[in-house]
Design a binder for this molecule. Structure first.
Ligand code: F6R
Length: 247
């Protein structure tokens, strides 16, 4: 049976997208104060995280009961390394929102298959994720679920594709500084999240957003699988939306 296109909110610009994303997350956390939340790094959700931090400063948000699950981490990178995605998530999400550090769960960064399987099992036994905040790569990756990744892939070590190495080079100044492998939460766990918020901004994402949301559901575009999520919300800005589909 064909998967229907999800609801897509097209916002005027990045700031509006960030505010709309913060509204959704804040509402979710108000209703579920002890939510288990998957947190992406990358550039796109940073405005949303800053918005949430402002709300906390104003006393409008209490995230102290939240448990954070880091979406992905480069293999062999220590938290103290400036490139650590855990470090990035701590600085941008965990600390500004006043979430206790003991409420932060990383993927097994050595990528050991038994440890990854145990991680998935433990999350499943605890009831799965409540909310996943995700970005999308220009090659359709979600986390580091690089194409091809089907809906059943577990948490695991992956090799980064050249396109991901290039996009991650923008974070660290040089492709040579981008680790070649990473551990990512698998599609299987992400797809069982109770709610999923996908954010995309800028013209570089326009083509892959269209393919992910309106094209065939395929392992070649891992983000297309998100359309099978229980409750997918998509926020894009005008630059990332080609206007040819439903809004
Ligand atoms: C980040 C992650 C990636 C990014 C994606 C988009 O933890 O896993 O999938 O969400 O590469 O990155 P930005 O937002 O920098 O364009």
């Amino acid at each position: 049976m064909p998967v229907p296109p999800p609801r897509i909110d097209v916002l005027d610009d990045y700031d509006a997208l960030s505010r709309a994303g913060a509204d959704m997350v804040a509402d979710f956390l108000a209703a579920t104060p002890t939510a288990r939340v998957v947190v992406a790094t990358g550039v796109t959700p940073m405005g949303l995280y800053r918005e949430l931090a402002h709300r906390r400063e104003r006393g409008d948000l209490d995230a102290t009961g939240v448990t954070v699950f880091l979406l992905d981490e480069y293999a062999g990178i220590e938290p103290e390394d400036g490139r650590s995605l855990l470090g990035w998530a701590l600085r941008s999400f965990v600390e500004p929102l006043g979430i206790p550090p003991e409420h932060v769960v990383s993927v097994p960064t050595d990528g050991d298959p038994d440890a990854c399987a145990a991680y998935d099992l433990e999350v499943e036994r605890a009831g799965g994720y409540d909310l996943a905040i995700l970005g999308i790569g220009t090659n359709g990756h979600v986390g580091f679920n690089e194409p091809p990744s089907d809906a059943s892939v577990p948490t695991r070590m992956v090799e980064l594709l050249p396109e991901s190495i290039d996009s991650n080079a923008a974070y660290w100044g040089d492709a040579a500084r981008v680790p070649r492998r990473a551990v990512t939460i698998g599609m299987a766990g992400l797809l069982r999240s109770r709610m999923t918020l996908l954010v995309a901004s800028g013209a570089s994402k326009r083509e892959i957003v269209r393919r992910s949301l309106l094209g065939p559901v395929t392992a070649e575009v891992p983000a297309s699988h998100l359309r099978a999520s229980a409750d997918l919300r998509v926020l894009v800005d005008r630059a990332a939306w080609d206007g040819s589909g439903p809004t």
